[in-house]
Design a protein around this ligand. Structure first.
Ligand code: AKG
Length: 347
């Protein structure tokens, strides 16, 4: 009887272990590449080497209350700027979209209607051009509890830079880019697929400014073989990508300098995908941020100096050399920079 009991106990613990593994994999919902970590609290966020995290925290009643009617009640009548495109794959580098000014009500009606195969994207901004976005600035904050807030415990170590409302046609993909602030990306309606790349892979992503020449073509699965022909380095980064699908109520902690692109996916018959993101600054590196940075994507101040010196001094000096010497010194400097990068990554 004792042996049977021992057998039963070990069977139960193996079953428990298996169930725990399946549950963990289900909760992580990582889709490709490196698996995603799910956490319940923010204690790890300040680790300088932190990876993207799926946070299981409450973001308020917006997940239930932000219907079209609710948003119309508070934002109706606002004039907003909308990206309008014939293709779902937005590309900032080739500017395959136009900016149109619309009023909020007709934007939402267009989004939910037939809309002649156009894809729409709204990113809220402050009415003053030199100020960063807040929900208060568009009438979704302030004294009334509009139901979006991140737990104090998450925000405590940071200063808030901006909070942005984003509304997209389902199917629309936002181009690959990086930001210089850490980011809490919160899914409120619809689902959102997010592809992310480690900062060490920045050299493989064809970035100019802060956006990739690949736009959001990583989401066009049938086009991937052609994409690798045009952007061969990106294939290696793709194999190491992090990928996740956010559902309503999910919060993704997206660290600064992780290049990312997103795809708005439908939930039931809703044609609007709604998210809010809060960009935050780490207190120890706040002084490095450009005070004029309203979009969270201006290079850090010392990096601006370095880029300026590179473009205005180093490149013109190298251009004075004959081809063989130019190739030699470019490679020599590139090797020195590579060593610097590796030492910094390892520190
Ligand atoms: C960001 O929060 O930086 C994004 O790129 C989100 C874009 C979106 O999903 O609308």
């Amino acid at each position: 009887r004792k042996t049977a009991l021992v057998g039963l106990l070990s069977l139960t613990s193996v079953a428990a272990l298996l169930i725990r593994r399946v549950l963990r994999a289900w909760r992580a919902r990582g889709l490709g590449g490196t698996p995603f970590q799910v956490v319940q609290s923010g204690s790890r966020l300040l680790d300088p080497q932190v990876s993207p995290l799926l946070l299981k925290v409450s973001i308020g009643h917006c997940v239930r209350s932000w219907s079209d009617d609710y948003l119309r009640r508070y934002l109706g009548g606002h004039k907003i700027q909308v990206h309008v495109s014939d293709t779902p794959f937005l590309n900032f580098a080739s500017k395959n979209f136009a900016y149109e000014v619309a009023d909020f009500d007709s934007f939402l009606s267009r989004l939910q209607g037939e809309n002649g195969n156009k894809f729409l994207y709204y990113r809220s901004q402050h009415s003053k051009r030199n100020k960063a976005a807040t929900l208060e600035a568009i009438g979704l904050g302030g004294d009334v509890d509009h139901g979006f807030s991140l737990p104090d415990e998450l925000l405590l170590p940071f200063e808030t830079h901006s909070t942005v409302l984003r509304i997209a046609s389902t199917g629309l993909s936002m181009w690959l880019h990086y930001d210089v602030c850490d980011n809490f990306l919160c899914c409120i309606r619809g689902r959102k697929r997010v592809i992310l790349f480690h900062p060490d892979d920045i050299g493989l992503l064809y970035i100019s400014g802060s956006s990739s020449a690949m736009g959001s073509r990583l989401f066009a699965e049938a086009d991937l073989p052609q994409l690798w022909k045009e952007f061969p380095l990106a294939k290696a980064a793709w194999k190491r990508r992090h990928e996740i699908e956010l559902h309503a109520g999910d919060v993704l902690f997206l660290p600064a300098f992780w290049a990312h692109c997103t795809q708005a996916l439908p939930h039931e018959s809703d044609k609007a995908s709604i998210s809010v993101n809060t960009f935050v600054l780490r207190r120890d590196t706040m002084s490095l941020h450009d005070p004029k940075d309203v979009w969270a994507n201006r290079e850090l101040l010392p990096a601006q100096d370095a880029v300026k010196a590179f473009e205005e001094k180093i490149l013109p000096s190298l251009a004075k050399l004959p081809a063989t010497a130019r190739s030699f010194y470019c490679r020599k400097i590139a090797a020195q920079l590579q060593l610097e990068a590796e030492a910094a990554s390892a520190s």
